[in-house]
Design a protein around this ligand. Structure first.
Ligand code: ZN
Length: 144
């Protein structure tokens, strides 16, 4: 009988692809070869994330001011309608980023759109902890 090219055991040999080499190995090492192929496949995994961003338009302050003036609503009236203080509304019209809750109220009260949606697809390939031939062989040797 011939010796297994991997473990040296005398046994009935069969071909197994281990990493990039085809070896004549015993039944047990052949199984090991298959296991390595599976491990290689698991090394990388593709992660795709669809991220939906909801952001407020950059010129929201001007848009709010214009829409309010066009509708002929005073700052105080609009602030009352929104349930916020007139000074807060003044700050918003000067460029202070309002909370999303206030933005939604402003959109409704003034019949304007202040949000825009952007879909970003982020794809990354993550490398998983590698299982090398050495690791598997060592594992097997320790088991003996
Ligand atoms: Zn073997």
């Amino acid at each position: 009988m011939k010796e297994c090219e991997l473990c040296g055991r005398e046994s009935e040999l069969m071909k197994a692809r281990i990493e990039d080499t085809v070896l004549s190995v015993c039944k047990k090492c052949c199984y090991l070869g298959i296991k390595i192929e599976e491990a290689e496949k698991a090394v990388t995994q593709k992660i795709s994330d669809k991220i939906q961003l909801t952001e407020i338009i950059p010129d929201f302050a001007q848009k709010i001011k214009n829409a309010r003036e066009e509708a002929g609503i005073s700052k105080t009236d609009l602030a009352n309608k929104l349930g916020i203080s007139p000074s807060l509304l003044t700050r918003i019209e000067k460029g202070m980023r309002p909370t999303d809750k206030i933005v939604k109220k402003l959109e409704k009260a003034l019949n304007i759109s202040l949000f825009y949606k952007e879909t970003v697809i982020a794809t990354k390939t993550e490398k998983l902890p590698e299982v090398t031939l050495g690791d598997v062989v060592q594992l097997r040797l320790r088991k003996k």
